[in-house]
Design a protein around this ligand. Structure first.
Ligand SMILES: *[C@@H]1O[C@H](CO)[C@@H](O)[C@H](O)[C@H]1NC(C)=O
Ligand SMILES: *[C@@H]1O[C@H](CO)[C@@H](O)[C@H](O)[C@H]1NC(C)=O
Length: 380
């Protein structure tokens, strides 16, 4: 397709122009340094911490730890070894790099967090244990990935939790004369759950006061729950709905979140479908089932392998700012270095703090991570 080729070249020019360093621009600003973060899935047996290219990131998050039903962290010996190894290995590789551990994760018990956040005693047990755990294993901070608070009460309790958590962190830092632990949270792509029956909105006031930043999960907009059509699961723009990264990030800012507290999520994976008609292979084309991968999910490295092996056609879509490939009846929507870089340009235009990846181990020869790190030019 001629149009696609032209778009592709245009995108390449845009991306290349981003990598030209700005010469001698004095940066006189009090703004905090950018965040270039990534989550490390601790269950990856073939991707140890020693394999992480730490020059590409400012923060790496260990995913995940879960408190017990008493809201405390009880770490088995094997996990303890794993945690120490994680922080020690990364610190040795790149001393300024910060490590956090992330609490919860997708598919964990949302009600456990709801119960914990609902009263003072359980919040205190959780907070105290979280700080002890961070210090015990040499982490620089904690990240809460509660997916998701289910109603307005949960959201209000979350705000209170953040306030008490920050208070405890400040107190601990004073008493021990150490740098205060970082506190972040992984959150929905939008400030409110505008698609759900139960409307609720994140406590922006408390995030501004108490968190270092939030990691907005700007992905999973489409997937195996809708096999009727293909989708750009991390689209920057969507003409037909508000389910897009541009809408989500702007919703946070509109709600009063400080831009320095906002970090954009980038997926290192794609979503696959089986096309109804192999000749109809656009974003939004009719589909009949999920395609290859675990529940229709392939990592970027798997997508690259698949595309190469099967001679798939790769397209860059300028409307959504996303990448897709297709061959036969298989269709894959994802981000490559080009679409990821254009999103970074968008994020920088908005003036937000940085980006994070879900997840380490999925990039192909660090291609997207390297391009992203270069493209984020401020604070270099
Ligand atoms: C840490 O992990 C590395 C592999 O990444 C391994 O070689 C090393 O033995 C581990 N060290 C400890 C103390 O577990
Ligand atoms: C998107 O959200 C705005 C308000 O934030 C609303 O006015 C508009 O109707 C929404 N668009 C769609 C397609 O739902």
């Amino acid at each position: 397709m001629a149009a696609s080729t032209a778009h592709f070249q245009l995108l390449q020019i845009l991306v290349l122009s981003l990598t030209i360093p700005i010469i001698s621009t004095p940066v006189v600003t009090a703004s905090p340094p950018p965040v270039k973060a990534a989550y490390w899935p601790s269950w990856l047996t073939n991707f140890p911490p020693s394999a992480i290219d730490t020059t590409l990131f400012t923060h790496v998050l260990y995913a995940f730890l879960m408190p017990t039903t008493t809201y405390k962290f009880q770490i088995p010996a094997s996990t303890a070894q794993h945690l120490s190894n994680f922080t020690t290995t990364l610190r040795r590789k790149n001393p300024p790099l910060k490590t956090l551990y992330s609490i919860g994760g997708g598919g964990t018990d949302s009600h456990l967090f709801a119960r914990m956040a609902s009263n003072w005693k359980s919040r205190q047990a959780f907070i105290t244990s979280s700080i002890q755990t961070a210090r015990r294993f040499g982490f620089d901070g904690m990240d809460l990935d509660w997916e998701f608070p289910e109603n307005p009460t949960d959201m209000q309790n979350l705000g209170v939790l953040f306030t008490e958590w920050r208070r405890a962190i400040v107190h601990e830092a004073r008493t021990t004369r150490r740098a205060p632990l970082l506190l972040t949270a992984a959150v929905y792509f939008s400030v409110d759950f505008f698609l759900d029956e139960t409307y609720r909105k994140f406590p922006v006031w408390s995030i501004n006061q108490n968190l270092d930043w939030i990691n907005a999960m700007c992905y999973d907009y489409h997937g195996s729950w809708d096999t009727s059509r293909t989708g750009a699961h991390a689209a920057l723009y969507d003409r037909n709905s508000n389910i897009s990264t541009s809408y989500g990030l702007r919703s946070w800012i509109k709600a009063g979140l400080l831009k320095s507290k906002l970090v954009m999520g980038l997926p290192l994976y794609g979503k696959t479908w089986v096309l109804k008609d192999p000749n109809s292979h656009e974003i939004g084309s009719d589909a009949v089932a999920v395609g290859p991968g675990d529940d229709g999910v392939l990592t970027y490295v798997q997508i690259e392998e698949f595309n190469k092996k099967n001679g798939a056609k790769i397209e860059h879509d300028i409307d959504t700012v996303s990448t897709y490939s297709y061959v036969g009846s298989v269709w894959i929507g994802y981000d490559d270095a080009i679409s990821a870089t254009l999103k970074i340009q968008f994020a920088q235009g908005l003036g937000i703090r940085g980006y994070f990846f879900w997840a380490l181990g999925s990039d192909s020869e660090w291609r997207i991570s390297t391009q992203a790190s270069r493209a984020w030019i401020l604070g270099e």
